[in-house]
Design a protein. Structure first.
Lengths: 111, 711
């Protein structure tokens, strides 16, 4: 094949591609089923990807909620522990209160 | 092909070429700029922080954990970029300054509203000055300056919600402008107890400074993971590629309640007695587990986090060391409890140096009395006569070393070591062994002394003091630290029994130096110790110590209290017996009250015979009660009916013409008896009738009233 003929073939293929004539090519016609399948898979993939992204965002939000609750519970626990120490309760009650810490073991009267 | 279609194709191709050229431009000339933009939407290899493990108590309560806290700041941005926004905010905040100040005061009541107002106003003025000066740098003003100067997570959420609502109202903006929060990840000691032992945290470097935090840093910190971030919809999604492994939790042997009891008892005494340093250790006798370890430092009347005295402060122990010296002599068979030593005139010179006793009682002292009165002369005489004069000073030293007093227990890595005299020192001067015998010229940590006394309490078996029980990951045990025996028997059982008897007499006999540790509820054994401290030849202060164990007949806990008061600080207590023994007393009684519960059976006095006291009177009632109690002893039942016949339901008097004898009866029966005869009774007092005004057997008179005196 001469160089001029090759060039003309390339040119015509580009034109065919742009004009859409390429879809009428016998090879494309033969592989049409495959092409449709690939397109379907791509659509499915994109759909799933979007779905997974939604899930990821949801997980992210829930994780933030967990951390928030965790921090809240730790802060609250620390505060309560500090307040519930017997020595702190004694201090808050002051010296005037009639309650005194036990110095004798409690007696179990009935189980 | 039509011309029109060709022209469309040409345009499409041109546009495609332009797109390609633009893309080439992004990839070459504008590469850096677009990379910066891209990095905002995605990030690779982002480190995922591993959660640092917690430190737990013996019951699994969280002692130390990681938690975020927040600083409330008023922040200026670079005004050249957000000038309008800043000016708008400033005017809104200025106009509503009182609302902000009062609202913040309501949520953070320890800081007055006026102070919030001043600080916010000051921040706004600084911002104005910044704008005037054309400065571009940002400014920070800390708005919360009271307490810890930081907000806990819950307080932060409340304050943030309030500021957000203000911004929505005044600025119609959804985010906090100006008012912002700087997050600081801290390690929170939930109870504020055992700070030095659990360890401090450097917030600037986010690294541990000391204690368990530092010693177990690699275990607590865990391994960070890796993730990448992508922009998904309107937010960023983080995809974890390598999950982080969170740090392990450390379960300690510390008990929150016992730690609190020890902390309070020591703190109160140090405040009352104007002391400067103090440590208290409570150890479980059988296992060597440290249940409480308190270190207190007092500066200018305030308690501050100071040094770890219990583990890192070797001291001259003073007289608490005499126990070791006497135990050495008992175990070597050099003395028995019955041997006596002449301590008169309560002062003596040994190899050029004089020593005296504080107590001037009983010149001739048996071995228990040497410890009871804490006699320096007695202890030194024993060691001098049985070791030094016999040229066995080194044997005495070796004996003391065999008690494990200088054992490095590695309670936490980096703890100080203890030292006694060296053989060379003993050879240089014979008096060295004698001064060592009374606790001078040595360097022993409080923990080592407590471990030694614990060995005595444990029948001679020395347990290694333990602070760490196990390492856990997600609640599962990774490594366990079991009780460890250091020395199977530090002395013969008889010597241990003898020294225990001596220590009991210190606390429980009249004039013993440790009587203030005595408890009426159970037996405490222990020894006092007072050691003067010289610095550069000058008196600098004194250690006032007491170590004991309880209950002495079946020891469960060993407790050591060490208090230091520097020269010039005045307090009523000037010895271990007055300063530290009461602290031990308080700790012992409260710990035992907390740890123990008694059954009713425990209260029964096995020596007492429970026999009811049956009053004369209604025999049927007495019979019923005695039968119910299954008491078969007929001698307890009233023998004389005196005036009535017993019938279960209808007691009937046999003689109603004379005044009955009601002495010994209860009020109810006495009144019944008298009124059955038509005689009125007038009661005086409560209990049994002891006396009646009309004689028994005398004739009754109409309208007669008999006075009954009960007791």
């Amino acid at each position: 094949m001469s160089a001029t003929a090759k060039k003309s073939k390339k040119k015509s293929f580009l034109l065919k591609l742009i004009t859409g004539d390429v879809l009428m090519h016998p090879w494309v016609k033969r592989q049409m089923g495959l092409i449709v399948l690939v397109v379907c898979l791509v659509v499915l993939y994109e759909g799933n990807r979007y779905g997974s992204q939604l899930e990821t965002v949801k997980i992210q939000r829930l994780r933030a909620d967990i951390i928030d609750l965790q921090n809240e519970s730790v802060a609250l626990r620390n505060e309560l522990m500090q307040k519930s120490l017997q020595s702190n309760i004694e201090r808050r009650l002051g010296d005037d209160n009639p309650l005194r810490p036990a110095t004798a073991a409690p007696i179990v009267i009935e189980k | 092909m039509s011309r029109r279609y060709t022209s469309i194709i040409v345009i499409v191709v041109l546009v495609a070429v332009l797109i390609v050229l633009r893309a080439l431009g992004f990839m070459t000339f504008q590469r850096r700029g677009w990379q910066t933009v891209a990095s905002q939407f995605q990030a690779d290899s982002v480190t995922v922080r591993a959660q640092r493990g917690s430190i737990l108590s013996d019951e699994g309560r969280v002692l130390v954990s990681s938690t975020p806290e927040y600083q409330l700041v008023f922040k200026y941005r670079d005004y050249t970029r957000a000038r309008n926004e800043q000016l708008e905010r400033d005017s809104a905040v200025r106009a509503n300054l009182d609302t902000y100040a009062k609202g913040l005061h309501r949520l953070l009541p320890d800081q007055p509203a006026a102070e919030f107002r001043t600080l916010i106003d000051g921040a706004l003025r600084k911002g104005d000055a910044n704008i005037q000066a054309g400065k571009r740098t940002g400014l920070y003003t800390n708005l919360y300056t009271h307490g810890t100067k930081r907000l806990t997570y819950n307080r932060y959420k409340e304050v943030k919600a309030f500021l957000d609502s203000c911004n929505r109202e005044f600025l119609h903006a959804s985010t906090s402008r100006g008012f912002t929060f700087d997050e600081v990840l801290i390690r929170k000691n939930a109870y504020g107890l055992a700070t030095r032992t659990l360890g401090r945290w450097n917030e600037q470097t986010a690294r541990p400074r000391d204690g368990i935090e530092l010693a177990f840093d690699s275990v607590l910190s865990g391994t960070p993971g890796l993730s990448h971030r992508r922009k998904v919809m309107d937010t960023f999604a983080e995809y974890v590629d390598v999950p982080p492994r969170n740090g392990c939790d450390i379960v300690t042997t510390l008990n929150v309640r016992i730690q609190d009891i020890a902390n309070k008892a020591l703190r109160d005494q140090m405040e009352e007695q104007n002391a400067d340093l103090g440590t208290a250790i409570v150890m479980e006798t059988r296992t060597g587990e440290i249940k409480a370890i308190v270190n207190l430092t007092r500066q200018k009347g305030e308690f501050v986090v100071g040094q770890n005295i219990a583990l890192n402060q070797p001291i001259e122990t003073g007289s608490i060391f005499k126990t070791a010296s006497i135990l050495a002599a008992l175990d070597d068979g050099e003395v028995t409890l019955k041997d006596s030593v002449d301590t008169y005139p309560f002062s003596r010179h040994f190899y050029g140096y004089g020593i005296s006793d504080d107590s001037k009682r009983e010149p001739w002292k048996t071995i228990p009395k040497i410890l009871k009165y804490s006699s320096n002369v007695g202890t030194m005489t024993v060691v001098d006569d049985h070791y030094v004069k016999k040229g066995k000073a080194e044997a005495f030293l070796n004996k003391l070393l065999s008690f494990g007093i200088t054992e490095n227990h590695h309670v936490i890595p980096g703890a100080a070591t203890s030292k006694l005299k060296t053989p060379a020192q003993l050879k240089n001067w014979k008096g060295e062994a004698l001064w060592m015998a009374v606790g001078y010229g040595i360097s022993v940590t409080p923990m080592n002394m407590v471990a030694f006394y614990n060995a005595i309490a444990n029948g001679g078996k020395m347990m290694r003091p333990r602070l760490i029980k196990e390492i856990q990951h997600d609640g599962h045990t990774v490594e366990r630290y079991d009780p460890e025996v250091v020395i199977e028997a530090i002395a013969k059982p008889q010597a241990i029994a003898d020294i225990t008897e001596c220590l009991i007499s210190v606390v429980n006999s009249d004039h013993g130096t440790g009587v203030r540790a005595h408890s009426d509820r159970f037996l405490i054994a222990g020894k006092t110790g007072t050691a003067k401290v010289d610095e550069h030849g000058q008196y600098a202060g004194r250690w006032l110590n007491f170590i004991g164990f309880f209950p002495a007949d079946k020891p469960e806990y060993t407790c050591g209290v060490f208090v230091y008061r520097q020269a010039g600080h005045v307090g009523a207590a000037n010895g271990g017996g007055t300063m530290s023994a009461p602290v031990l007393h308080e700790i012992a009684e409260r710990v035992m009250a907390y740890e123990k519960t008694l059954e009713v059976e425990d209260l029964r006095d096995s020596l007492a015979i429970l026999i009811p006291d049956v009053k004369p009177g209604n025999i049927a009632a007495a019979d019923l009660v005695l039968d119910e109690l299954h008491i078969k002893d007929d001698s307890l039942r009233p023998k004389e009916t005196l005036f009535a016949e017993a019938d279960k339901n209808h007691p009937r008097l046999t003689d109603t013409d004379h005044v009955p004898n009601v002495v010994g009866m209860g009020a109810k029966d006495a009144i019944f008896a008298l009124e059955s005869c038509g005689i009125k009774a007038h009661l005086n007092g409560v209990g049994k009738v002891r006396r009646q005004s009309a004689a028994a057997g005398s004739d009754k008179r109409k309208g007669m009233t008999v006075e009954l005196y009960l007791k």
